[in-house]
Design a protein around this ligand. Structure first.
Ligand code: HEC
Length: 109
């Protein structure tokens, strides 16, 4: 099952991780990563629909390039809350792209 999922995601990930270690965007969204990135779903919702209670905007269905650009800016300390900046910093570029590819594939809320 996991293998099938990877196959589905592969076209989007192949260019994202030239080193061959494809990060699992869905896994990072739901569980965070081992580098201290908190699960995006905790604030942005499991389906990426956003959550007024946490102030986290919807990410589902946004173009992947918009999400990666936002994350890259926040990782540089430009825009976002300090917490969101530290989460962006905890993602490798390949992980940020995998997360963006997964979120952009979710239906818009
Ligand atoms: C602790 C809660 C929390 C977690 C966990 C979290 N976010 Fe956020 N995020 C927010 C909040 C609140 C905002 C809106 C304020 C801001 O821009 O910082 C935000 C904003 C963003 C934005 C910018 C949206 C825009 O309109 O510019 C992106 C992209 C984003 N988050 C992606 C992620 C990703 C990807 C993850 C998981 C790796 C994640 N977030 C985890 C709370 C969170």
């Amino acid at each position: 099952m996991r293998f099938l999922l990877l196959l589905l995601l592969l076209p989007g990930l192949a260019w994202a991780a030239p080193d061959g270690a494809d990060p699992d965007g869905r896994d990072i969204v739901l569980h965070g990563n081992s580098n201290g990135a908190l699960p995006c779903a905790a604030c942005h919702g499991a389906n990426g629909a956003g959550n007024p209670a946490t102030g986290a905007p919807a990410l589902a269905g946004l173009p992947a390039g918009v999400i990666t650009a936002d994350l890259a800016n926040m990782a540089k300390g430009q825009g976002g809350t300090p917490l969101m900046q530290s989460i962006a910093q905890a993602l490798s570029p390949a992980e940020a792209q995998a997360v963006a590819a997964y979120l952009s594939g979710l239906p818009k809320p």
